[in-house]
Design a protein around this ligand. Structure first.
Ligand code: 5GP
Ligand code: MG
Ligand code: MG
Length: 183
């Protein structure tokens, strides 16, 4: 769906579908240069990163494998609990592999810092992060993210994979959720 279809629910379109696709193409160019000749495993964090993974991965002119992890940290609320729980683990043995974590958004950074430690302890050769969005003002822990699409203000956003109570993931753009929806 498009922003116009749910205009009552959003206060602002932050990034259009086109801006997102252009940025993912740009990030793919960097990733190709950095990982040439290496065995890369893209790990998407379900469910928010599904759209990022689908569009980013198709820009890569090289072989990669894709795996998925599901972790919980939010539930139906709009604030991070800081508690990370694995709901679905990797199918791949990442020992000796170059792992690129594909994320929708870095908010507090708690989920990612936990994932980075977890992957390092499994013996990955390298672990880097690609995140479409980052909220610099919300970060509680420093996370080294090599590929960042956009730094955005500290508002709750939806669309392009990002949900509120499992809705809005199929919005093409990224938009700020109108406060009346969750308050
Ligand atoms: P963290 O606070 O641990 O960095 O964020 C964990 C997860 O919470 C993100 O991967 C994302 O799924 C969700 N999240 C964080 N900020 C937002 C936001 O503004 N909107 C939505 N829909 N989800 C968010
Ligand atoms: Mg996520
Ligand atoms: Mg969510």
């Amino acid at each position: 769906m498009r922003a116009a279809d749910i205009s009552d629910d959003i206060s602002e379109v932050l990034l259009t579908e086109e801006q997102i696709h252009d940025k993912l193409a740009e990030l793919a160019t960097q990733v190709v240069a950095d990982y040439e000749g290496r065995d890369v495993v893209l790990v998407g964090v379900l469910k928010g990163a599904v759209m990022v993974m689908a569009d980013f991965a198709r820009h890569l002119p090289m072989h990669v494998s894709m795996d998925w992890m599901a972790v919980s940290s939010y539930g139906a609320s709009t604030r991070s609990s800081g508690v990370v729980q694995i709901r679905k683990d990797l199918d791949t043995d990442i020992t000796g592999k170059h792992v690129l974590i594909v994320e929708d958004i870095i908010d507090s950074g708690l989920t990612l810092s936990w994932l980075l430690e977890n992957f390092a302890s499994r013996g990955a050769e390298s672990v880097e992060v690609l995140a479409l969005l980052r909220k610099p003002d919300a970060m509680k822990v420093e996370v080294d993210c090599r590929y960042v699409g956009f730094d955005i203000p500290n508002d709750f956003v939806i669309g392009y994979g990002l949900d509120y109570a499992e809705k809005y993931r199929n919005l093409r753009d990224v938009a700020v959720l109108a406060p009346h929806v969750y308050s």
